[in-house]
Write a protein that binds this ligand. Structure first.
Ligand code: SAM
Length: 282
């Protein structure tokens, strides 16, 4: 892709544009299913994904923060006589996702070659809106993608893995080496699919407690589970923690990264019984 001096990429907006047609087609194919479908695209940029996507699905709502790119993309779409794309000049983190939901419309899909610096808040936003989403096909920095798909026991398994897996099944779909972007980023990327219609089979008794237990458990990765939880909630009685772990048959000397989802859910459930005692710490 030639450099356009008037549209030099903004680093602050994580602008690394896709340039490889083969990869673009594969990503669009992942997002496609029914031709009537609505897809929300995060950060369409110059439209590398938007244009082929518009030909594959019913309607595209594309939310782009950079007004320069919005103008450029609108011109491109009009030149190509594409009329099923609505471009919204807004920060995706401020966009009301419920706006797209309607009783006649099934859950909708999300697609995005995400700017690296907003991948965590975007994930949080998608999780908040999971009831109206079917799947998300998203490009992440490779290291973040590996964390999202990690299994217990490994270095990359952490709070993000557990919290996202609770809400959606994450699968690695495509590798995207740095060479397929302009300008070339310093890291490789990976496309993941998050399936919100396949959340973890077991539900937490109290999701707020579950989330806090997971975050606390991984807050000091090198410490034992007991110390990690105790340190996170300073004044929390260690006896309560030990009793809860005993109840779930979890050795307090284990480290958070060895616990699987069911163990976190059991621990959160045991601790939610004592929640009233420890409300201020949650
Ligand atoms: N989809 C295009 C592609 O694949 O070539 C561009 C991807 S580029 C990695 C990320 C895009 O997200 C840029 O167009 C950038 O301006 C836009 N962006 C960055 N932060 C944003 C935000 N908070 N809300 C919406 N768009 C954002």
């Amino acid at each position: 892709m030639k450099k356009n001096p008037e549209l030099s990429p903004k680093k602050s907006l994580g602008q690394h544009f896709l340039t490889d047609p083969a990869l673009i087609n594969k990503i669009v194919a992942l997002a496609r299913s029914e031709s009537s479908e609505v897809v929300l695209e995060i950060g369409p940029g110059k439209g590398a994904l938007t244009l082929p996507l518009s030909r594959a699905v019913g309607r595209v709502i594309a939310v782009e923060k950079d007004a320069r790119l919005v103008e450029l993309l609108k011109e491109k779409l009009s030149r190509e006589a594409i009329s099923n794309v609505e471009i919204i000049n807004q920060d995706i983190l401020e966009f009301d996702m419920c706006r797209l939901a309607s009783p006649s419309q099934n859950r909708y899909k999300v697609l995005g070659n995400l700017p690296y610096n907003i991948s965590s808040p975007v994930l949080e936003k998608l999780i908040e809106n999971q009831s109206i989403l079917s799947r998300a096909v998203l490009m992440f920095q490779k290291e973040v993608a590996e964390r999202l798909c990690a299994s217990p026991g490994g270095k990359t398994y952490g709070a993000l893995t557990v919290l996202v897996r609770y809400h959606a099944a994450a699968s690695a779909m495509l590798k995207a080496p740095r060479e397929v972007f302009y300008p070339k980023p310093k890291v490789d990327s990976m496309v993941l699919e998050l399936d919100f219609e396949r959340p973890y089979s077991r539900r937490a008794d109290d999701e707020a407690v579950f989330k806090k237990v997971v975050k606390a458990a991984f807050s000091h990765r090198r410490k034992t589970l007991l110390n990690s939880l105790g340190l996170f909630y300073h004044s929390w009685d260690r006896g309560i923690l030990e009793d809860a772990m005993k109840m779930c048959k979890i050795d307090p000397k284990r480290r958070a990264e060895t616990l699987d989802m069911d163990e976190f859910l059991s621990l959160a459930s045991a601790l939610s019984l004592t929640k009233n005692n420890a409300d201020d710490k949650f």
